[in-house]
Ligand binder design. Structure first.
Ligand SMILES: Cc1cc2nc3c(=O)[nH]c(=O)nc-3n(C[C@H](O)[C@H](O)[C@H](O)COP(=O)(O)OP(=O)(O)OC[C@H]3O[C@@H](n4cnc5c(N)ncnc54)[C@H](O)[C@@H]3O)c2cc1C
Length: 338
């Protein structure tokens, strides 16, 4: 669903026609309980929802992350939040209305979901401005706390993304840690800048229920290794809610493709456990994602987090074919899972 937000900004999709009901997973013999999880009781192996208590033998925590705009004073009041579904139509309206001035895009917390997504958003916004004929009178600036565009992708991929941004007249400003936002003013640890329209990626946090039960520490994610096992027996954490360190500096990026790979490894191990076989499945760290560059073109970032001797990431140059593959990627997932 998240990737549709970018297509909503580009104007090629609407939310209502993109959503699918999760009740379809019942076709696979999985009961779907659409209730808020209020407590995880690890000692008694019980998950409480607003209305019931569910006993488990195995628990897979896949609660994702929550957006935490409140961690940056003034962010919610003075910017539109790229990852917030309510703000996405407002971003589309604002970029179609603006005639001149400066659009700033800021990553304000680390780590965040889908590291390339804010760059895709910037490039898609530039495309919309080109369509509306205002592009030449609008400056676009991108601010990130990281020194390079995509640290998880390494210096080479980061440089290639920088060049793609430059080719679209989008200026990247690394090492800019946002500390506050005021009306038309973005404040960094050192320095500040003005803007006419600000689009932000806010800090992320784990759902409180994972902290209350002790699986996550405040300000952190659930730390697991490639087995996705937590420190509690038969309890696993997959997807955005977890943190898997690959080296002492690089963690597995928060992306749907990796959540899927982690889920597959955990499923295999639970099946092995039930069959009393050896559990030897581990998350393979392989995946990739499409970097949309506007006008129905995309590049492809191939990732092998556990390549020997160090993680490998490469960016395949943008083509219309990769854009078609991205659409196919979504279609296949929807058909397979829902
Ligand atoms: C703009 C954008 C574009 C993206 N594009 C891509 C892409 O092209 N490729 C890619 O691989 N990834 C992409 N991602 C990242 C991807 O969307 C996430 O990494 C992925 O959804 C993570 O899956 P998850 O299951 O861990 O979490 P989620 O998909 O967030 O699912 C967690 C679920 O748990 C629910 N939940 C939370 N707390 C509770 C509670 N207490 N009780 C009950 N339910 C609860 C949430 O409501 C949510 O439905 C993109 C993200 C964004 C924001």
């Amino acid at each position: 669903m998240d990737l549709v937000k970018l297509w909503m900004i580009a104007g090629s999709r609407e939310f209502e026609t993109s959503k699918r009901s999760l009740t379809n997973i019942t076709k696979k013999g999985i009961e779907f309980i659409n209730e808020n999880v209020t407590k995880i009781d690890l000692e008694n192996k019980i998950v409480r929802t607003s209305y019931r208590r569910l006993h488990y033998d195995y628990l897979i925590v896949a609660l994702g992350v929550e957006l935490a705009p409140e961690q940056i004073p003034g962010l919610k009041e003075n910017s539109l939040v790229l990852y917030d579904l309510n703000d996405v139509p407002k971003i589309r309206d604002a970029i179609r209305r603006i005639q001149s001035g400066k659009i700033a895009i800021a990553i304000t917390g680390l780590p965040y979901k889908c590291p390339p997504a804010p760059y895709e958003a910037a490039l898609l916004i530039r495309s919309v401005l080109e369509e509306t004929g205002t592009s030449n009178s609008i400056q676009m600036d991108f601010y990130s706390p990281t020194p390079i565009t995509l640290p998880a992708g390494g210096p080479q991929v980061s440089e290639e993304i920088l060049q793609i941004l430059r080719s679209k007249n989008i200026e990247f400003h690394g090492n800019h840690k946002t500390v506050a936002v005021e009306q038309n003013k973005l404040k960094f640890e050192s320095g500040e800048t003005n803007f006419d329209l600000l689009i932000t990626v806010p800090p992320h946090k784990v759902p409180l229920v994972t902290i209350d039960c002790g699986l996550a520490q405040p300000g952190k994610f659930i730390e697991v290794d490639r087995t996705c096992k937590t420190k509690t027996d038969n309890v696993y954490a997959i997807g955005d809610v977890n943190q898997i360190m690959v080296t002492d500096k690089i963690a597995v990026p928060k992306a749907g493709i990796f959540a899927e790979g982690e889920g597959a490894a955990v499923a295999r191990n639970i099946i092995s456990k039930i069959k009393k076989e050896t559990e030897n499945a581990i998350f393979d760290g392989k995946g990739g994602c499409y970097l949309e560059t506007g006008k129905k073109t995309a590049g492809y970032i191939r990732v092998d987090m556990y390549a020997d001797p160090s993680p490998v990431t490469e960016l395949k140059s943008p083509t219309p074919d990769y854009f078609l593959e991205k659409e196919k990627f979504e279609k296949e997932r929807l058909e397979k899972w829902l």
